[in-house]
Design a protein around this ligand. Structure first.
Ligand code: ZN
Length: 202
């Protein structure tokens, strides 16, 4: 989650994060713990403003090793993550089969795919397996594009299918993460297929 100076949006988020840089360690830790309490029990869109704010604060806390310092207790509903000792807040992405569930604090793998509880893992694998060829349309080479005939049409259709698959993640899969984790986040966009947050309707 480090800002790329060539990407204007990254610079904007860096500017947003200044709001948290004025917090001292204890204030930051308390804000995170309190906000986790409010995130509890729901599956959140990655694009939700509250989640955006949480991620900025979490990133800063990771830099400052706030959770390692044990300034506040982890809210009781949350387990401690193995990757960075922060409370477990998993992000579901289309790459779940390769990357597992992603930590919202350190951006590393929070739960490797094979460690996801079995009854959920099968559904996630099925979903990711259907998503992969749809997403791949955005990365077709010239030969594949020519073979498709009308590439714009193929791309458009893939984007529509991705909208449906992302909505399924938000409606069915992410809520099931709540059987195992106190709160969850799901990626509600596909930048390669130009599917925006607002295109994914539940
Ligand atoms: Zn982590």
């Amino acid at each position: 989650m480090t800002a790329n100076p060539d990407v204007p949006l990254d610079l904007l988020w860096k500017e947003y994060s200044q709001g948290f840089r004025d917090f001292d360690d204890l204030t930051l830790a308390r804000w995170l713990a309190q906000t986790l309490g409010q995130l509890k029990g729901r599956a959140w869109r990655l694009s939700h403003p509250l989640l955006g704010a949480y991620r900025l604060a979490a990133q800063l806390a990771h830099e400052r090793q706030t959770w390692l310092k044990r300034l506040v207790a982890i809210p009781p509903a949350y387990s401690e993550s193995a990757c960075c000792r922060a409370p477990m807040l998993p992000l579901l992405t289309r790459d779940v089969h390769e990357a597992g569930l992603i930590c919202q604090h350190c951006s590393e793998t929070l739960v490797p795919f094979d460690d996801i509880p079995a009854k959920l893992r099968h559904n996630l694998k099925d979903w990711a397996t259907r998503y992969a060829p749809v997403h791949a349309v955005a990365h077709w080479d010239d030969r594949q594009r020519k073979a498709a005939g009308d590439y714009d049409h193929a791309y458009e259709r893939a984007a529509e299918e991705a909208e449906g698959l992302l909505a399924q993640a938000g409606r069915q899969l992410a809520p099931r993460l709540l059987e195992f984790y106190a709160a969850a986040v799901w990626e509600d966009q596909d930048e390669c297929l130009e599917v925006r947050n607002e295109d994914v309707t539940l």
